[in-house]
Structures are given as structure tokens and as C-alpha cells.
Design a protein around this ligand. Structure first.
Ligand code: PAF
Length: 283
């Protein structure tokens, strides 16, 4: 069995562990996660390994990005399995602060992202979300001071928000986006897929299939409005409650009037039962 990575749970322990890693001009990659690690996360760790000499993975289920009605309490927590997976990927250090370390009593400062965080996509349905993400990722960046940070493209708007924030706040971190890892039937890997019943799991890949069909039709020159309306209908007929299915500019996330205004990213969010899934692809 591979050696388990070192674990830091307090800021002084994190500083000591980082100082030990930083010797001999090492470069440090940070992979921020909320645990419940799957192959999508491991692809991030592998990318981090390729691009830096030391890999730090944070595992912190961040309460400030969950609304009171969301699944903070029941979010899957799989510490032992996570550590074994990270050992197999030869991660060097796991940063696992408690809520009291990340948000001590009297904590009163937040990062309020704009730009991509107000694109009227996820922010329309989860207004609290990007403030929570930007605040915790800003803290993770200042705590770990990585050279690069690796995020999945699955949370595409999140990737744009943290990239913007790192640049705007001069955090000196290069943010890398890694393509979404999918199950064989196309479903994007997500820690929340464990919530799906077997019937819902059978239906879930329709999101990816619909996006792929739409992308193909757009590439063939079909009318944008018609393609998006057809896709939305397919998703709803499959039993999803659709939050959005949108074609946006891949960089700015601005709405695009026609397919010549790209590069285009298709983004979807929909609920099946009580589980909300998001996904996106490039056209
Ligand atoms: O994508 C996630 O898992 C989380 O939003 C992140 C980036 C770790 C911040 O809590």
C-alpha cells in the first residue's frame, strides 16, 4: 500500500508542512476539494503532479457555499477512502481545517465576486454560492500560497470566477482548468451522483447526450434558438426540472446572439428528484 499523505489541520501545522515542501525550489500545486473524491478529482491531482513538484490537496466541506436548504449536513464525507486514493496518487499533503479554523468566531470578511459570478447562470439559482466559493478559495490560496491551482471544468462558472479572483487580487496563482471526467455513458462525475436512485441514474446521462446533440447541430449551422429550445424540451421530457440550458460565450459567459459570436460553451443545470446536476461542453 502507498504511504498516506501528511495531514495538516491547523494553520501552524500547515505552515510547517509547506515550509518542508518548499525546500530546493519546489513548485506547489493546490487542488481544492470538498472530499468524497472520485476519478474526476484524481484527474485534477494527476494534472497537479504533472505541473508541479509538490501536490497539496485541500479537503474542506465549505459551509458558506451552501444555502440553509442545501445538502451541507448530508454532503458525502469519505475521509478514509479519500486518503487511500490520495496515497495512490502520491499527493504530498492534505490540508483539512475544521470549520472553526477556516471561520473562527468573529469572522467578518468576505470576497464578493462580480463579472463571471453574476452571469445569471448558477448565481440565479444559488445566489450565496460564489461568495462562499470565492471567500474559501481566496483563503486557501493565501494559506497555501501555491504556484498553480487546479480546478475541474465541470464547474465551469466556478472555474471562471476563481480565475478572475486570482488575477484581480494579485494572488500570484496560475489557475488551470481540467476537462470533465465522465462515466462510460457520459454522465459527468460528481460527488453528488451518489444521491441518484437507479432509475434517476439511468436517466441522468441524457444531459450530456442532449448537449452533444445540440453542439453538433450548432456546428452544422442549425438555428441557435431552435437548437436550444429543442434541447430544453428533451431534458424536461426525460423528467428533469430544468434550471437552465444556455449557450454562452466560453470566456466571458455573456449570452450570445448567434453562433458566430462564439467560442460557445453550452451549460446546463437540472434537478432529477431532489438531486441537482450541472454540466457543460464546448461547441
Ligand atoms: O468545487 C468544489 O469542490 C468547491 O466548490 C471548492 C472549489 C473546493 C470550494 O469549496
Amino acid at each position: 500500500m502507498s504511504r498516506l499523505p501528511a495531514v495538516a489541520r491547523t494553520l501552524p501545522a500547515l505552515r510547517r508542512a509547506l515550509d518542508a515542501l518548499r525546500t530546493r525550489r519546489a513548485t506547489i500545486a493546490l487542488v481544492p476539494t470538498m472530499g468524497a473524491l472520485h476519478d474526476g478529482h484524481l484527474a485534477l491531482v494527476r494534472q497537479a503532479r504533472r505541473r508541479a513538484s509538490k501536490v497539496v490537496v485541500s479537503i474542506f466541506v465549505n459551509p458558506t457555499q451552501f444555502a440553509p436548504h442545501e445538502d451541507f449536513g448530508s454532503y458525502p464525507r469519505t475521509w478514509k477512502a479519500d486518503m487511500e486514493k490520495l496515497a495512490a496518487e502520491r499527493a504530498d499533503l492534505v490540508w483539512n481545517p475544521g470549520v472553526d479554523i477556516m471561520y473562527p468566531p468573529n469572522f467578518a470578511t468576505r470576497i464578493l465576486p462580480e463579472g463571471p459570478a453574476t452571469a445569471n447562470l448558477e448565481d440565479r439559482f444559488r445566489p450565496h454560492f460564489f461568495g462562499g466559493v470565492a471567500t474559501v478559495v481566496g483563503k486557501l490560496f493565501t494559506q497555501c500560497r501555491p504556484d498553480i491551482a487546479v480546478f475541474g471544468q465541470k464547474d465551469y462558472q466556478q472555474l471562471k470566477v476563481v480565475t478572475r479572483m486570482a488575477a484581480d487580487l494579485d494572488l500570484g496563482v496560475k489557475v488551470i482548468g481540467v476537462p470533465t471526467v465522465r462515466e462510460r455513458d457520459g454522465l459527468a462525475m460528481s460527488s453528488r451522483n451518489v444521491y441518484l436512485s437507479s432509475d434517476q441514474r439511468a436517466v441522468a446521462p441524457i444531459l450530456h447526450r442532449t448537449m452533444k446533440d445540440a453542439a453538433k447541430r450548432l456546428r452544422n449551422g442549425d438555428d441557435l434558438k431552435t437548437v436550444m429550445a429543442d434541447g430544453a424540451r428533451t431534458i424536461e421530457h426525460a423528467g428533469f426540472a430544468l434550471d437552465y440550458f444556455e449557450a454562452r460565450h466560453a470566456e466571458t459567459l455573456a449570452p450570445i446572439p448567434s453562433i458566430t459570436d462564439g467560442p460557445i460553451r453550452l451549460l446546463v443545470a437540472a434537478k432529477i428528484g431532489t438531486t441537482r446536476l450541472i454540466d457543460n461542453i464546448g461547441v
